[in-house]
Design a protein around this ligand. Sequence first.
Ligand SMILES: [Zn+2]
Ligand SMILES: [Zn+2]
Length: 166
Amino acid sequence: MTEAPPKMFCANHPNIETTLRCNRCEKPICAKCAILTPTGYRCRECVRGQQKIFETAVWVDYPLIFIVVAILAYLGSLLALRLGFFIILLAPIAGGLIAEVARIVTRRRRSKRLYLVAAIAALIGCIPLGLQIILNFSLLGLIWHALYALLMTSAMYTRLSGIRIG
Ligand SMILES: [Zn+2]
Ligand SMILES: [Zn+2]
């Protein structure tokens, strides 16, 4: 006969029996307390602790990164317009440069929302020239401009969020 394993109770709810454990601190947690993360079930305390490490942005970073990225994306789009085909090569470099400047002005503080704000700002920075191109009825210009907006924004976001491709 095998011995039944000792009963485990949730650390936060002493009346609730559970078989789950936080996979970081090993604390027993019930289904109500468990949070499913990409690496498995964790307790609230561990999830909160991790967010603090990864999210260091302060409120002033959001308007700051927005303004800086939007202006640089706009200036970049003016340059890109003269490049034609070479936009494909140079837009990702522009995105990387904008990301570096954005990191310096926000002193390398980070948060997912901050990167999202930067991506939105990059696209908004492309709007003024985009409108001008539309008013000039330049289809080719619009294609190059759209390519610039996409490649620059995705390169900037990739660099900022630290996910490197290739
Ligand atoms: Zn835990
Ligand atoms: Zn619980």
